[in-house]
Design a protein around this ligand. Structure first.
Ligand SMILES: [Zn+2]
Length: 173
């Protein structure tokens, strides 16, 4: 009886913890921006997935994309870190596809109106977490940036811009 009660309590606490710790790390003042971008993506994901350029996404890829959008961990990083060196604005780096690094400061620096690029980057990295197929030259210097992962991110960025949502984002600090 007691065990059962504590078991349930434990599960409830775990549940609350998971929700409270809705996965952001190191985003500082930018957390609200990252969160707003991800929430916009969640609200608009069906419309994004209807974009003709990404009609090649498989059903499983779409399903996992939606799931990772909900529970993937987004870690913000600044310049001078290995993950965000050179011209990188995001990278997925985890053997179990659970985390993505968002180069928040780089995005903010490259785009004066950065909100939609931020949303596009989040969805691009989420697509990696979801195991969406990427092209062989995905990030090669002369890569075409036309594989499904890039197109998925761009689809989000375009829809965001077409809704008139692009704007500057705050400094992370
Ligand atoms: Zn990529």
């Amino acid at each position: 009886m007691k065990l059962k009660f504590f078991g349930i309590l434990f599960l409830m606490l775990m549940g609350t913890e998971a929700m409270a710790d809705r996965p952001y790390k190191n985003c500082g003042n930018g957390k609200a921006e990252v969160k707003a971008a991800r929430e916009w993506l969640e609200l608009n994901i069906n419309e994004i997935l209807d974009t003709p350029t990404i009609s090649g996404l498989r059903r499983g890829e779409k399903r996992r994309l939606k799931r990772k959008l909900k529970n993937g961990l987004l870690i913000c990083k600044g310049p001078g870190t290995k993950a965000c060196s050179k011209d990188r604005i995001g990278v997925m780096r985890h053997p179990f596809r659970r985390k993505a690094i968002i180069c928040y400061d780089a995005i903010r620096r490259y785009y004066s109106q950065a909100f939609c690029a931020l949303a596009g980057t989040i969805l691009h990295e989420t697509a990696h977490m979801a195991g969406v197929r990427k092209g062989r030259t995905h990030n090669k210097p002369n890569g075409t940036r036309t594989d499904l992962v890039y197109k998925t991110g761009y689809a989000a960025e375009s829809l965001c811009a077409s809704q008139g949502l692009d704007r500057a984002i705050v400094e992370r600090k």
